[in-house]
Design a protein around this ligand. Structure first.
Ligand code: ATP
Ligand code: MG
Length: 243
């Protein structure tokens, strides 16, 4: 059940985390293993995961979303050890505390923009909120992002401009008031101007909602915006990766 309250101040802490993917073959030399420096973030903090292709950016985001089978070490969100939770509890954690922005936005074209924003609520019941409450919140968030009511009610999300679709994707990621917003290379397909405008919106929205933002990118131009950077190329070469 989704609870849209901030009972606790958002926090994300990792301790001695190692993530690995194993191939099915008995030859383990190609297994991917990544040990990450401890992360400590709270509301308003922003972390950039940077590194070349294959360095493990998506793997870390997958782990933070609670989607790895198991991990070594500990990831605690709002003080709760994520991988100590049973499957259904971890699913509930994801629905409640995590918002996601994908590179391809992943809006559903046969749903209206408002239905796309409300999508996270269709998988989980919401505690104490009527459909009207949820709709009102969706219109509030999107109007702050500059998308008006009539645009929100267009028949298909693909009737919107790409910039508007990006706003819808950001609104969908924060609609449940998550503790953490995860974004995997959300700017990879954008030119410099659109990238900067998109990041302005993403940062403002995450901050306005009191969320922690963790984003991956291999674009060095974005690094200065973040309060912390984890450089995965440096970790792989054995250097201290946290900047
Ligand atoms: N589901 C999976 N099963 C097995 N191995 C995987 C899986 N996902 C990723 N890997 C491996 O983990 C390593 C890191 O991949 P990851 O996708 O995290 O890199 P990335 O930094 O996100 O790269 P990119 O910039 O190309 O998106 C790669 O060697 C990849 O082959
Ligand atoms: Mg990736």
């Amino acid at each position: 059940m989704i609870r849209m309250d901030h009972a606790t101040t958002p926090s994300l802490r990792t301790r001695k985390v190692s993530l690995s993917w194993s191939t099915r073959s008995t030859d383990t030399t190609n297994n991917f293993k990544l040990t990450i420096p401890d992360i400590e973030l709270s509301a308003g903090d922003t972390l950039l995961l940077k590194g070349s292709s294959g360095s493990g950016k998506t793997t870390i985001l997958t782990a933070l979303a609670g989607l790895m089978g198991k991990i070594e070490g500990k990831i605690a969100v709002n003080g709760t050890d994520l991988y100590a939770l049973s499957g259904p509890k971890r699913d509930a954690y994801r629905a409640n505390l995590i918002g996601v922005v994908f590179q391809q936005l992943n809006l559903i074209p046969y749903l209206t923009p408002i239905a796309n924003v409300l999508l996270p609520f269709t998988f989980q019941r919401t505690a104490g909120f009527s459909d009207q409450d949820l709709e009102k919140r969706a219109f509030d968030v999107t109007s702050r992002l500059g998308v008006n009511r009539s645009e929100m009610l267009k028949q298909s999300s693909s009737d919107l401009s790409v910039g508007q679709q990006q706003r819808i994707a950001i609104a969908r990621a924060v609609i449940t008031r998550p503790a953490i917003v995860l974004a995997d290379e959300p700017t990879a397909a954008l030119d410099d101007l659109n990238r900067d405008a998109f990041l302005d919106l993403l940062f403002e929205t995450a901050e306005g909602e009191g969320a922690i933002l963790v984003m991956s990118s291999h674009d060095p131009a974005v690094a200065e915006r973040f309060s912390q950077t984890l450089d995965l190329n440096r970790i792989q070469t054995g250097l201290e990766g946290m900047v």
